[in-house]
Design a protein around this ligand. Structure first.
Ligand SMILES: Cc1ncc(C[n+]2csc(CCOP(=O)(O)OP(=O)(O)O)c2C)c(N)n1
Ligand SMILES: [Mg+2]
Length: 595
């Protein structure tokens, strides 16, 4: 059979090193689906339950491999479904290419079935590069540019291919003529290092500081060793933005853990009391958790010049790769002899971990969610990959989970979308079938999409060398994160109409589709459940009946938040009694007004 445009698309993706496509079929991509079947290639197609999940998986693939993630959807509804997952990738700076079908060129403009203006639909999310193919001789450079731009800009790109064009004969090499484009494959990650004079200015500031704070984000994930060396020289503490959680192990005594609303008290103290801030590969947004303007001198390092100087007015802004830039900086940094600041940080961190342990072991009705994360930390296998959903689980993931060297972890950092927990875990499993993967997900997110995507796990798990994929479901029958946001930020009492969600038998559902299900409703069962799940011969859903009244409190509540919270109590929150009891246990009282 002659090679068609659809075959050419797949071959070109493969030439770029793509080995896996996440997607869902439809007649807008019939040609490509046929080509997948014919492909004498190593390309693997992973069939998801919903196109949004394909986009989340492509994003998860990029996050857990550093490669470009690819998703495929049909025209109209399939394309529209992709959007949220693509925005997740765009906002977290992940390279993802979306290949999308379209109605036949002869039908376009005819108010045709499933005809949607896809060029406009994707214009924002794939703003760096979205193109609709109109002729076969274009395909080579459309794919080449979509992949190259996604990689170079670490963003989302999109190629729209009308279905009739997919079935035409391929033009692998455009004619040598005016008006043709002759592109090629291949991308090498560049070495990006600031100039010597700028490194010298940065070093001067860091050497002069007496109380240095470091904040790392996703851009430092590959630079843990260099960050540790700099922190050692400067006697600094290191706080981690959510996407940088795996940059440094939580066992290090000067790592203050997460920062922000989901962060820790030692990170808060670090930022409040520092006189110098070194920010590496992070766009952490909340200014109240950073030093006050004028309090600290600042140096920032980011691979993307657009991200510099937008969170704190830095004195020196360095465009550079985190690892390379720190390596260039290290010979210029002196060893600080005065270690009092470092000792203070280590004291705060040690006290914090004791508090976290105490909080995890406080009784609740029936299970304190923190206990699940505490016990998981104790049992995390080497090389584990963790994916958290948005919701209260993200708080416990950020604060309670103790990652060790060699682990990976992610979530929807900037979009903070519900729903990526299970699809990220699936993508992690396909990318690293030898490694154990654990998803930490709320019941709301399971009902939104996780339960459906368990079907995808059931379909594929036998392909994975290590079958361990564990989904922890926090069954609190509540959209808990928002319930607490209502209370703490808006002063609104809990609204049952919007916040209550049905009790669903997640563990039973898992069993029904051939996975293992473990339901725990007593704290004594928690440790055993993790051990059993980690020893299982197949993917497991641990359904934990957790207490929605355990507050996922920010490390330092502002007076306004405390006032709002008190106000919500006064306005008759239906759960007032138990909520106060639990909050008091969590030491909220130390932050309430009048103290
Ligand atoms: C797609 C999407 N819809 C809504 C939200 C707002 N939101 C953030 S967390 C949350 C509650 C999540 O509930 P659940 O998954 O049950 O987790 P819980 O907080 O109860 O542990 C909601 C509604 C969001 N972030 N993303
Ligand atoms: Mg919930």
């Amino acid at each position: 059979m002659t090679k068609l445009v659809a075959d050419h698309i797949l071959e070109r993706l493969e030439a770029w090193g793509v080995r896996r496509i996440y997607g869902y079929p439809g007649d807008g991509i019939n040609g490509i689906v046929g080509a997948l079947d014919r492909a004498q290639t190593s390309l693997e197609f992973v069939q998801v339950r919903h196109e949004e999940m394909a986009a989340f998986m492509a994003c998860g693939h990029a996050k857990f491999t550093g490669e470009v993630g690819v998703c495929l959807a049909t025209s109209g509804p399939g394309a529209i479904h992709l959007l949220n997952g693509l925005y997740d990738a765009k906002l977290d700076h992940q390279p993802v290419v979306a290949i999308v079908g379209q109605q036949a060129r002869t039908a376009m403009g005819g108010h045709y079935q499933q005809e949607v203006d896809l060029q406009s639909l994707f214009k924002d999310v794939a703003g760096e590069y979205v193109q609709t193919a109109s002729t076969a001789a274009q395909i080579r450079h459309l794919i080449d540019r979509a992949v190259r731009i996604a990689r170079t800009e670490r963003t989302v790109t999109c190629v729209i291919v009308p279905n009739d064009l997919q079935m035409e004969d391929a033009v692998e090499t455009p004619p040598a003529a005016h008006g043709t484009v002759h592109s090629g494959t291949g991308f090498s990650v560049p070495r990006v290092v600031p100039r010597e004079e700028d490194l010298a200015r940065a070093a001067e500031i860091l050497n002069a500081g007496e109380r240095v704070a470091i904040l790392v984000g996703a851009g430092a994930l590959h630079a843990g060793a260099e960050v540790a060396q700099v922190a050692e020289l400067l006697g600094a503490g290191v706080a981690k933005a959510l996407l940088g959680k795996a940059a440094l192990p939580d066992e290090l005594p000067w790592v203050t853990g997460s920062i922000g609303l989901l962060g820790t008290k030692p990170s808060w103290d670090l930022m409040q009391e520092c006189d110098t801030l070194l920010m590496i590969g992070s766009s952490f947004p909340y200014s109240e958790f950073l030093p006050a303007e004028g309090q600290a001198r600042g140096v920032q390092i980011d691979i993307d010049g657009r991200m510099l100087g937008i969170r704190y007015p830095m004195e020196v802004n360095l465009v550079g790769d985190a690892s390379e830039t720190l390596q260039a900086l290290i010979p210029r940094l002196g060893h600080k002899e005065e270690r009092g600041w470092r000792e203070q940080i280590e004291g705060n961190v040690a006290a914090w971990w004791r508090l976290i342990e105490e909080r995890a072991h406080e009784s609740a009705d029936p299970i304190n969610p923190q206990l699940l994360f505490w016990e998981l930390s104790e049992r995390l296998p080497d090389g584990a990959i963790l994916a958290s959903d948005s919701g209260s689980s993200a708080n416990w993931f950020a604060r309670d989970l103790r990652l060790r060297e060699g682990m990976m972890a992610s979530l929807s950092g900037t979009l903070a979308s519900m729903g990526p927990g299970v699809p990220y875990a699936i993508a992690a499993k396909f990318a690293h079938p030898h490694r154990p993967v654990i998803a930490l997900v709320g019941d709301g997110a399971m009902q939104m999409n996780g339960n459906a995507e368990l079907v995808t796990i059931a379909k594929y798990w036998k392909r994975w060398h290590d079958p361990r994929l564990i989904v922890l479901v926090l069954n609190n029958r509540d959209l808990n994160q928002v319930t607490w946001e209502l209370r703490a930020m808006a002063g609104e009492p809990r609204v049952p109409t919007t916040q209550d969600i049905p009790d669903v038998a997640y563990a039973q559902w898992a069993e029904l589709i051939g996975l293992k299900g473990i339901r725990v409703d007593h704290p004594d069962q928690v440790a055993g459940a993790w051990s059993e799940a980690l020893a299982a011969d197949r993917p497991v859903v641990i359904e934990a009946i957790t207490d929605p009244e355990v507050p996922p409190l920010p490390p330092h509540i502002t007076i306004e938040q405390a006032q709002s919270f008190t106000y919500s109590l006064l306005r008759g929150d239906p759960h007032t009694g138990r909520m106060i009891a639990q909050s008091a246990k969590q030491k909220l009282e130390e932050f309430l007004p009048g103290r």
